[in-house]
Write a protein that binds this ligand. Structure first.
Ligand code: BES
Ligand code: MN
Ligand code: ZN
Length: 500
């Protein structure tokens, strides 16, 4: 979709769908909406008076100007209560309007920026949110569907119109960032949507390399010989049962710029999680194609970081591994050694994510990072604890945890901090190795984080268990059914704030 910002009068634009807005409880619209209302002989005020439109967030009413203004249709989108209005509301309002425009088969979509006027948002941020909400809501994955009716025709352009010329540069900047971010989320969603027979470790490494070369990231892909040479016994152990060999993708933004702060992003990239010898039940096992969503989010974030050219040295470590049962597969009771020589007793081969992360976290130390953040669909208990509303955040560093908690509401990707008390270690005590990879069901969520902490090497670190956030079964605001791309915007916003 093309995105434009234009200075002009909305009463003069030719478009298939013109989007204006309304806060809840407003009976006499002002601003741009007021101007359209007036031009349409107060048809918007009439909608309100008749009770057909009350400004609830995401509500959309449609009017046909019939020549009164050049726009073919006017979409009035509700912004909800003015006191509760924020960037996330702007994103959701834009999403609702975009989906309505698509349902009406509008090709050109023109909008004002929600919240940049009375809403009190920073115009740059508001424009970013409108572009993100629109592009994210219209995401589709038609790749494996041939029939035209299964792939809805999408609006082909989004134009932001602003009357005040002084605001236009800020809106242009916001639109540019919004587009980079939304397209990076789509990149992540595409990887997660791919079926596991296609998205093998080798193929994901190829896609990562292709993206890296496109946006100018340094790329290195480690396969069996290098993994063996380095002693990445946990990645190799988990991957032992699959003919699709492990690939560790290392991307680097601003490589060699040792003057810049260094951040390492780590993502769990299990391309399919059968559970291995500790086999999962067959019910819903197909979902485990999304067990690489942490790694996919990290790659999407790296794409945006490169395109935004953030003044930071950022490294990503994304191990791609398939967890399969096989005659050669690793087994419960095996003892494996990570890249730094730390040993693990495997109790359950289905607790595989923490194993591959333990190698990546160990390897991260070589970059002497100022911060390390990992994203992983690590446990079922994360969703039991928090539902699908927030990722579980664990951190050994209060400042880092605060930074992530502060940016989360701005992007609408909630996180909730959980404890890393030392006593959780007891559940992971092994009789033969330094730690075991699983305890009992009790404390499954904090235990998994405590396991990871054992493999960190003194750097500030945060772990985000995103298991319940990476996939939705029913469409929600700007998240169509399927992969959500959770984490991309959180990481990008965190690093944008950190580099500002
Ligand atoms: N990939 C799963 C976690 C998961 C479950 C993600 C459901 C998304 C939805 C992970 O590898 C796993 O199997 N975890 C086990 C750990 C247990 C064996 C200690 C779990 O949470 O049950
Ligand atoms: Mn598992
Ligand atoms: Zn898993």
């Amino acid at each position: 979709m093309d995105v434009y910002v234009r200075q002009g009068n909305i009463l003069e634009v030719e478009t298939d769908a013109l989007v204006v807005n309304l806060f809840k409880g407003v009976t006499r619209p002002g601003g741009a909406t007021g101007a359209v209302d007036k031009a349409l002989d107060h048809a918007i005020s009439e909608l309100i008076r008749q009770g057909d439109l009350d400004g609830s967030l995401g509500q959309v009413a449609v009017l046909y100007p019939r020549g009164a203004i050049p726009a073919k249709r006017v979409l009035i989108v509700g912004l909800g209560e003015a006191e509760k209005f924020d960037l996330e509301a702007a994103r959701r309002a834009a999403a609702a309007a975009a989906k309505k425009a698509r349902a009406l088969k509008a090709q050109s979509l023109t909008t004002i920026v929600h919240g940049a006027g009375v809403g009190g948002l920073d115009p740059r941020d508001a424009a970013q949110a409108v572009v993100e909400g629109t592009l994210l809501a219209l995401y589709t994955f038609p790749k494996y569907q041939q029939k035209a009716e299964e792939t809805p025709s999408l609006p082909s352009s989004l134009t932001i119109v602003e009357f005040d010329a002084a605001k236009v540069p800020a809106l242009e900047e916001g639109a540019r960032v919004g587009r980079i971010v939304a397209e990076s989320v789509a990149f992540t969603r595409n990887l997660v949507m791919e079926p596991p027979n296609i998205a093998t470790p080798a193929e994901l490494a190829r896609r990562a390399r292709e993206m890296a070369e496109e946006v100018g990231l340094h790329v290195e892909v480690l396969t069996d010989p290098q993994l063996e040479e380095l002693g990445m016994g946990l990645i190799l152990g988990v991957g032992q049962g699959s003919a699709n060999r492990p690939h560790l993708v290392v991307l680097e933004h601003n490589r060699g710029r040792e003057d810049l702060p260094t951040v390492v992003l780590v993502g769990k990239g299990i391309t399919f999680d059968t559970g291995g010898i500790s086999l999962k039940r067959s019910q819903d096992m197909w979902r485990m194609k999304h067990d690489m969503a942490g790694a996919a989010a990290v790659l999407g974030a790296m794409r945006a970081i490169a395109l935004l050219d953030l003044p930071l040295h950022v490294v990503s470590l994304t191990p791609f591994v398939e967890n399969m049962p096989d005659g050669r597969a690793y087994r419960p009771a095996d003892v494996l050694r990570n890249v730094n020589g730390k040993t693990v007793e495997v109790i359950n081969t289905d607790a595989e994510g923490r194993l591959i992360l333990a190698d990546a976290l160990g390897y991260a130390a070589r970059y002497t990072p100022d911060a390390v953040v990992d994203l992983a669909t690590l446990t079922g208990s994360q969703g039991i604890a928090l539902g699908d509303l927030a990722a579980a955040l664990f951190s050994n560093d209060d400042t880092l945890a605060q930074e992530l908690m502060a940016v989360a509401p701005r992007v609408g990707e909630r996180v909730w901090r959980m404890p890393l008390w030392d006593e959780y270690k007891e559940a992971l005590r092994s009789d033969v190795a330094e730690v075991k990879n699983a305890g009992s069901r009790t404390g499954s969520l904090p235990n998994s984080a405590k396991f990871l902490e054992h493999f960190t090497e003194g750097y500030p670190w945060a772990h985000l268990d995103i298991a319940s956030l990476v996939w939705v079964d029913t469409p929600k605001d700007y998240r169509p059914k399927g992969a959500t791309g959770y984490g991309v915007r959180l990481l990008v916003e965190w690093l944008r704030t950190r580099s500002a």
